[in-house]
Design a binder for this molecule. Structure first.
Ligand code: NOJ
Length: 540
């Protein structure tokens, strides 16, 4: 496998709405991100995945785009976007744009036209179907945001498909004109000097909705090969596909370099492990660390040279990992560092979600009126109507709701954490006076510096990027593995538990690479790991 820059860096995801507000309207913006580029450079990241900044009515916070070549007013202007690209590139930080092309907003000009009549030239940009003879929906496909995936358009007498909200009509990728318009738009951004694309729910674009097929449709990979040729294939860009439900075999279809599709997949198998089988994300069961080990090991070992994976615990759709599988109270700092060490020592491209590097936590709501996310709000009404218990619904929202990840970053201890001088669009975490960037930067033992060290280690040691992976046989809650490269061997040990646990290995220690406690580790024989202890040693 020839080597690429995007295999050796760490990506940082920015959700602009919640990152930094520069003009006091309570909404983060591009100028705010520019102000914080030095902070990100200090952390050491090589690229930013920028959640959507395009013009949008914000039904789904920018994932409903009404103009792909304009910037959302609340976020700034195209001139500011260009300044941001310039300032980031100056610091060797590439900007990976979110590419949301499974659907547009219903306020996109294409859809406004398409709705006018069945004969409109844009009609076929979207997916339409006649009602059944009794007037009902064409089939029982469901929207991810609750209810049917079909919405009746009175004026033109057909249903349109929306796999997400009613304001996110699905594009019809079978129409060659749609694909060409998307490629032109991608080239518009490539010409501006971006570093790549993160492709929103890209596994859905090959859908055959009338046959009930949504993910992994028959033409999906043909389209991606065509897209590669028509756009980024000529440049070495980072392209990462959001690929729900990918297996390692499917991941190779996307990311085997010989196939000329994408750089890497972003798949969710490990973060779905606390979900009840066959149910949806709100139906929880406790995580089993043995299963987490099994799944992560599978992804570490099965891609070989034929694919590339992303490494992550968090993003803007997921609850914060330390509140979810760690301990965000007594062991907040240790468990945050443990999750960082465990992941950043693996093979793949790591992604840090904003606020993760300072150990931000989830925030519980008591009442649905505190929720902002359309997915949460729709699910609440749906489940309430279906007879679920109110407290139980709120409990699942607190565990899994997307607002958990969308609370503004606290930059300091001042009012509203220095995020805004106005009224934040969503409240900050209540603990922001303890958990903020200023405090993290001041404390040499903070979570921030563990992330910074891990990023530097990846730059200095090819074993992290290219080494082989082997899981060690340990007690369930201890996760331990070797990395090996050119005669060198590193051992990673992590105790994912509030309890102590035993660990033993015959390896002798050359030196400690990184750890999350002050403990002196002299031998690996029969040691007792403290709660949430994690370390990495080079063996000899
Ligand atoms: C996945 C995105 O990450 C999520 O935030 C969004 O709601 C859906 N795709 C629809 O675009």
């Amino acid at each position: 496998m020839s080597k690429h820059w995007w295999q050796e860096i760490v990506v940082y995801q920015i959700y602009p709405r919640s990152f930094k507000d520069s003009n006091g309207d309570g909404i983060g913006d591009i100028r705010g991100i520019i102000e914080k580029l030095d902070y990100l450079q200090n952390l050491g990241i090589g690229a930013i995945w920028l959640s959507p900044v395009y013009q949008s009515p914000n039904d789904d916070n920018g994932y409903d785009i009404s103009d792909y070549e304009a910037i959302m007013e609340e976020f700034g202007t195209m001139e500011e976007m260009e300044e941001f690209l310039f300032e980031a590139n100056k610091r060797n930080i590439k900007i990976v744009m979110d590419l949301v092309v499974n659907h547009t907003s219903d306020e996109h000009q294409w859809f406004i036209e398409a709705k006018k009549s069945q004969e409109n030239p844009y009609r076929d940009y979207y997916v339409w179907a006649d009602p059944k003879s009794d007037g009902s929906v064409p089939n029982d496909l469901k929207s991810t945001f609750s209810g049917p995936a079909w919405k009746f358009d009175e004026a033109s007498g057909q249903y349109y498909l929306h796999l997400f909200s009613q304001k996110q009509p699905d594009l019809n990728w079978e129409n060659q004109k749609v694909r060409q318009a998307i490629y032109d738009m991608m080239n518009f951004w490539i010409d501006k000097g971006i570093g790549g694309f993160r492709m929103d729910v890209i596994d859905l674009v090959g859908k055959k909705p009338l046959e009930g097929i949504t993910g992994n449709g028959p033409k999906l990979h043909d389209y991606l090969q065509e897209m590669n040729q028509a756009t980024f294939g000529k440049h070495d860009l980072l392209t990462v596909g959001e690929t729900w439900g990918a297996t390692p075999e499917i991941a190779k279809l996307y990311s085997n370099p010989d196939r000329h599709e994408l750089s890497m997949v972003f798949q969710f198998e490990h973060v779905g492990l606390d979900q009840q089988d066959g149910k949806d994300k709100w139906d929880l069961r406790p995580i089993k660390i043995s299963e987490l080990k099994e799944v992560l090991t599978k992804w570490q070992t099965e891609l070989g040279d034929e694919g590339w994976n992303s490494l992550f615990w968090n993003n803007h759709d997921l609850p914060r990992i330390i509140s979810r599988w760690g301990n965000d109270q007594e062991y907040r700092i240790q468990s945050a560092k443990l999750f960082a060490i465990l992941l950043h020592m693996m093979k793949g491209t790591p992604y840090i979600y904003q606020g993760e590097e300072i150990g931000m936590t989830n925030t519980a709501i008591k009442d649905i009126r505190e929720a902002a996310d359309i997915e949460t709000i729709n699910m609440y009404s749906e489940r309430l109507a279906n007879g679920f218990d109110k407290d139980e619904i709120i409990e699942s929202i607190n565990a899994k709701g997307r607002d958990n990840a969308r609370r503004p970053i606290a930059w300091d201890m001042s009012e509203n954490g220095g995020f805004t001088t106005g009224k934040p669009w969503i409240a900050l975490n209540e603990n922001f006076r303890d958990i903020n960037v200023e405090a993290a930067l001041k404390d040499p033992n903070s979570i921030f510096y563990t992330y910074k060290d891990l990023i530097q280690l990846r730059k200095d040691h090819p074993i992290i990027v290219w080494g082989s992976f082997k899981l060690l046989d340990t007690v369930d809650n201890v996760f331990s593995y070797y990395r090996e490269y050119e005669g060198e061997r590193w051992l990673v040990v992590a105790n994912l538990s509030d309890e102590t646990n035993e660990f033993s290995s015959e390896d002798s220690i050359d030196h400690i690479i990184i750890q999350n406690s002050e403990d002196e580790i002299i031998s690996l024989e029969n040691i007792t790991l403290k709660p949430w202890q994690a370390f990495v040693v080079k063996t000899k």
